[in-house]
Design a protein around this ligand. Structure first.
Ligand code: SF4
Length: 414
């Protein structure tokens, strides 16, 4: 039996694509292996968001060349998109697919291998991911994504509904909706295919567990969308917002076209409407020209805000983006500022989880090993439970008993 593995770098959209390919390849006869060093086919979904991402991809490809030289290597994604010609000529690469060929990728592989047999599907992950939108129509001055993913494109509502029904039937209790710019969902389609109508239609799907939304752009988080995501019985109370910065000057130079005051209103409204929601943010430190004052504005804003955690990225020069030509902040300064923000994020996350101790929360078992389980609550807290007799992907009620440092413990309530 021909085996395959998938190495997905970068964002949730890449993960959602990998999730769908694993499903399709298995349902046509290939055997999924989580170990790339021993699979016959290694499918690599690459990322080029930062120079670190580029390095990780190159490192992985070299390692495959050493540890699994006989493997058929298939490349796709944003890094290979930038170097298509080179990879097409590279004898160590069996196939390269552009980003706009991803939809047919598994079928073209199957056709090359002549596969038609049915086999049992081994879950690729405990939560299902669906890419509902791709590309982006914005041009933030630091971002390379529009150059490698193209304009915003939405999946037809009917196709998404069908996928959600299928994954619900397959036993997935949580489905993550992803997009390069999720809030742009429907803006490229004639009919009123907005995120709001999509979520409202999903509420009627029988047996549906819960829906988690990936990153949301605050510029699109209008009152109507905020009302729906905070009151819908299916949407997880976990909102991850792409803030990027908290200094007016930096936001202007990033091309974000939003004011810090707007952020404050949106975050306060989400907190007021959903008291126990996890509120997360993407933040960039060390953006060209970021002064000590800009950085202190950012720290001051997030410290006072109801945010419960943030993902901190150090600015990375991306070829062809405007900001790459501007005066850069020193690497040491970037590192120091990132460390300070990450420490603040841990503190806020610790306070948030401490506030949940004693409460009972709805959760899903996302990992199970020798009688110990990791449960993800609807508001995005990872809880360790031992002993645990329930199985992976099962929906449970978990009582949080303790939260110290980064670890939160609990017990399952029948
Ligand atoms: S909104 Fe800006 S940061 Fe986000 S993908 Fe588009 S260009 Fe990049």
């Amino acid at each position: 039996m021909t085996s395959f593995s998938i190495q997905s770098f970068g964002c949730r959209v890449n993960q959602a694509e990998a999730f769908e390919w694993a499903d399709t390849l298995q349902s046509h006869g290939l055997v999924y292996r989580s170990d790339s060093w021993r699979s016959d086919i290694v499918l690599v979904n690459t990322c080029t968001l930062t120079s670190r991402a580029d390095r990780d991809v190159r490192h992985f490809l070299n390692k495959i060349g050493r540890k699994n030289p006989e493997a058929r290597v298939i490349l796709t994604g944003c890094y290979s998109e930038r170097f298509l010609d080179d990879f097409q000529k590279n004898p160590r690469v069996w196939q390269v697919f552009r980003n706009d060929e991803k939809e047919n990728l598994p079928y073209r592989i199957l056709a090359e291998l002549g596969f038609r047999a049915e086999t049992a599907i081994k879950p690729f992950r405990s939560r299902a991911l669906i890419k509902i939108q791709d590309g982006c129509d914005f041009r933030c001055s630091f971002c390379i994504i529009p150059a490698v993913r193209g304009k915003s494109v939405s999946l037809p509502e009917e196709k998404i509904m069908e996928q959600v029904r299928n994954y619900t039937k397959q036993g997935y209790r949580e489905i993550v909706l992803t997009g390069i710019h999720l809030c742009s969902y429907g803006t490229d389609r004639p009919e009123e295919d907005s995120l709001v109508s999509l979520l409202q239609r999903m509420e009627k799907i029988e047996g549906l567990g819960r829906i988690r939304l990936s990153s949301l752009d605050p510029r699109f988080l209008n009152r109507k969308l905020r009302d729906v995501i905070t009151h819908s019985p299916i949407v997880c109370p976990h909102f991850h917002i792409s803030l990027q910065h908290g200094s007016e000057d930096i936001l202007r130079r990033m091309g974000r076209k939003i004011k810090v005051e707007d952020y404050r209103l949106i975050l306060d409204d989400l907190r007021q409407k959903s008291p126990y929601a996890a509120l997360g943010a993407d933040l960039i430190v060390g953006f060209p020209g970021e002064t000590e004052n800009d950085f202190e504005s950012l720290v001051g804003f997030v410290e006072k805000s109801p945010l419960t955690y943030f993902h901190v990225f150090t600015y990375s020069q991306r070829p062809g983006t405007p900001a790459a030509r501007w005066k850069q902040v020193g690497e040491r300064t970037k590192k120091e500022r990132a460390a300070r923000l990450r420490e603040l994020s841990e503190r806020k996350s610790g306070q948030f989880r401490k506030g949940m101790v004693g409460g009972v929360w709805e959760g899903i078992i996302i990992k199970k090993k020798e009688g110990t389980a990791q449960i993800l609550t609807s508001n995005y807290v990872s809880v360790h439970v031992s002993p645990c007799v329930a199985v992976e992907r099962e929906r449970v009620q978990v009582k949080i008993t303790q939260s110290e440092g980064i670890k939160t413990r609990g017990q399952i309530i029948d």
